[in-house]
Write a protein that binds this ligand. Structure first.
Ligand SMILES: Nc1ncnc2c1ncn2[C@@H]1O[C@H](COP(=O)(O)OP(=O)(O)OP(=O)(O)O)[C@@H](O)[C@H]1O
Ligand SMILES: [Mg+2]
Length: 336
């Protein structure tokens, strides 16, 4: 029986799985609802379905995030989630359980122990063979491996910045600035400057709908807030310009790191990279006007990847499909 081959991106907010021969099968949130009895954890819900439990908590149930910054935060919960997501990739009518080969993309900064934790969780979730690559490499797999790329993957908790060359990563780093930091900055601004409290979800909506790095954006939106120290709900008008002033310092911090990383581009890759531009991916790349803003600062063009939140698992498929050529690069033994 042919093995099932899965390329997995374990993101802090989303987990995506591409299956060879089928494409994108899972694109769901990295969180679960579980109940624990006699030290045994049972999965009640995973992914988007968790929202329901957030609105109406159920006694005895725990809502758990499974990944943060590419690292497993709760092994048992993560195994429950992976089992569920992997089951969505299996044929429903199989009599014999097929062998499962999994390639997991992880951030540049994670340690050997953390990689081993991921390998263990995948094994416990049913994967027979696990390989691990660094996520910028997977993105390069989607763009065309064997050329130079300058990749900026802005996730929810981290941003991966890497120069990828013809044989692998030339230089890369993982920075603690991601979309969640921008969202939190918006929520904090509402409290400190406007004396209003809003939920993280509303701050997230403001970021997506109103956040813009264009300086001539005159959009505004009316939101329902609660004044600090009062139970009364009020409505408040928020302007795109003020949201920009809140998120811009974090984007500038990121820009400085991108700028410094650009000095790691070797001459031999410069032409490829100048031609393609800075590759922007991850959900954070969807922030309005971000590409132009980075491009202006860096004096380089930019290229926003199609479907930027699933490109890592999509690109990982290239390494699964050519696993014999990349055996040395993919073998987890190399990390031991
Ligand atoms: N339209 C948008 N505007 C601004 N930010 C957005 C938009 N769409 C998604 N995002 C942000 O993208 C982030 C999620 O991106 P992504 O799914 O790539 O993260 P992840 O891979 O789960 O996280 P990480 O790589 O840090 O582990 C969130 O912070 C979200 O707010
Ligand atoms: Mg990510």
């Amino acid at each position: 029986m042919k093995p099932i081959e899965l390329s997995i991106d374990l993101g802090s907010s989303k987990t995506s799985i591409h299956k060879i021969g089928s494409g994108l099968v899972v694109n769901d949130e990295s969180r679960v609802v579980v109940a624990t009895k006699n030290n045994k954890m049972t999965l009640l819900e995973s992914g988007k379905g968790v929202e329901r439990y957030l609105r109406q908590p159920v006694p005895g149930c725990q809502i758990l995030n499974t990944i943060d910054g590419g690292v497993i935060t709760n092994e048992r919960a993560c195994v429950c989630m992976l089992k569920d997501y992997i089951s969505r990739c299996l044929p429903g009518n199989a009599v014999l359980k097929p062998k499962i080969k999994a390639l997991v993309s992880v951030g540049c900064g994670i340690s050997l122990t953390e990689k081993k934790d991921i390998e263990k969780a995948l094994n416990l979730a049913g994967a027979n063979e696990v390989s691990i690559i660094e996520s910028p490499l997977a993105v390069a797999g989607a763009l065309g491996f064997g050329r130079g790329h300058f990749i900026v993957d802005i996730g929810s908790s981290k941003t991966e910045i890497a120069v990828v060359g013809r044989d692998g990563i030339v230089a890369g780093c993982s920075v603690d600035i991601g979309g969640d930091k921008l969202t939190k900055a918006i929520a904090d601004y509402m409290v400190t400057e406007l004396g209003s409290t809003i939920s993280f979800n509303l701050a997230e909506k403001i970021k997506r709908d109103l956040g813009s790095m264009y300086d001539n954006n005159n959009m505004s939106m009316r939101v329902n807030v609660r004044k600090v120290g009062s139970q009364r709900a009020e409505s408040e008008v928020i302007h795109s310009r003020e949201i920009r002033s809140v998120i811009e310092p974090h984007i500038i911090d990121l820009l400085h790191i991108i700028y410094n990383m650009s000095f790691q581009i070797p001459d031999v890759l410069a032409e490829d990279i100048l031609q393609e531009g800075i590759v922007l991916c991850g959900g954070g790349a969807n922030l309005t006007g971000l590409g132009n803003y980075i491009s202006k600062f860096m004096q380089m063009r930019y290229y926003k990847v199609d479907d930027p939140q699933t490109v890592v698992s999509r690109g990982g498929m290239y390494f699964l499909e050519n696993s014999t050529d990349f055996a040395k690069m993919l073998n987890v033994i190399n990390y031991k």
